[in-house]
Design a protein around this ligand. Sequence first.
Ligand code: ATP
Length: 444
Amino acid sequence: MPDLDRMEAIVSLAKQRGFIFPSAEIYGGFRSTYDYGPLGALMLRNVREAWWNFMVQQRPNVVGIEAAILSSPKIWEASGHLAGFTDPLVDCRKCGSRWREDQIEGVCPSCGSTDLTEARDFNLMFRTFVGPVADDASVAYLRPETAQGMFVNFPLVQRALRLKPPFGIAQLGKSFRNEITPGNFVFRTREFDQMEMEFFTPPELADRYFQYWTTERYEWYRTLGIPADELRLRPHDPDELSHYSKGTVDIEYRFPWGFGELEGIANRGTYDLNAHATHSGTDMTYFDPQTNERYLPNVIEPAGGVTRAMMAFLLSAFDRDEVGGEERTVLRLSPFLAPYTVAVLPLSRKPELQGAADAVFASLASAFSCDFDVTQSIGRRYRRQDEIGTPFCVTVDFDTLDDKAVTVRDRDTTEQVRIPMTEVTRYLQERLDSTARPVATPFG
Ligand code: ATP
């Protein structure tokens, strides 16, 4: 299927099936903002959980935090965001539309005019006021990245958990940027979810950890279902590097309009700890009691977007094939990302089946994300589950009442197996255990 058709199909499926809605649609929407519906909320949780499990839970030397979204503006002064987190904004004099100069090559994408204003720096941070008085002293900013939460808390986290570099501090959460041109569905929005980790390492290990995290992060996307030909690693050219970066590699995904960034892995050196030490007057060094040395760790940062990753997983999973002479749409999502792991489908609405169906649902729902559907024909219900990526369907039929067994259907092969009701949880668990999931590679 052509890429742009796939994009259209995903945007439509996302809306029809309750993944992602245009926000405030009853009021005509609101400037490229989106709400995540029931299935989208489930899938977002799964993407976050897949990241947290791989980045934090599986690693003895990575811990997680949840820092404030609204905090001291001094953070953004020290980090350089107040002065430099800007995009070059140009106005089209003919049609009045606004663009990022670095994205349009001197021609207005809306009307084709080349009569554009000079670019001026536009700060992307959302400004607000804390407390009842709206004056200069009460200005604060919504965080434009989660990373600074890890830098400013470095000394407290290190001491509280008695951590010794190399170690990482990770965080999942909302960030806000007043993007000039949001768009391409949830690829670029003004409010989005990030997954970031700051890895503090002795300077001599920085290069190796930069390689290590690049590979780890690339494999995470691969294992969760993005094919190799839709992913690439793109090292930044020296003139493209941010002022703080000693090296950056982007993990890019082949979006329908071309390759775009999913995640950046940067070697930030000592830039951030140094900046906060200077601005706050706090000692941000680490004292190594074994060597009696004091130093500023180097930082390797893998910084990705949860919502952007979710969009990539949906695009890659989208497929159409034929089953029994009928075309079907199927989302071949990793079972670890699919909104529902299993759907319980009583063959008919007849009351005889209800007790058994309820019992099966109850036995599965505490362990798995579980849907329950009794409407329409069983064939239609299978199609509906295929379309939202549910890897397993469990059908309760009239034989169940005698043989105490159910049919488990596989989304991808559509094969069905008959299994005793009491064995379904174990069967599904075994199927999940034999499915590839991201596993941390030891460093070395
Ligand atoms: P760009 O150059 O595209 O504006 P960036 O390089 O500034 O993005 P980072 O600051 O490195 O992005 O942010 C890390 C990750 O956060 C990105 O790789 C992306 O996945 C996600 N992200 C950044 N901005 C947005 C946004 N406006 N909407 C959705 N996700 C975003």
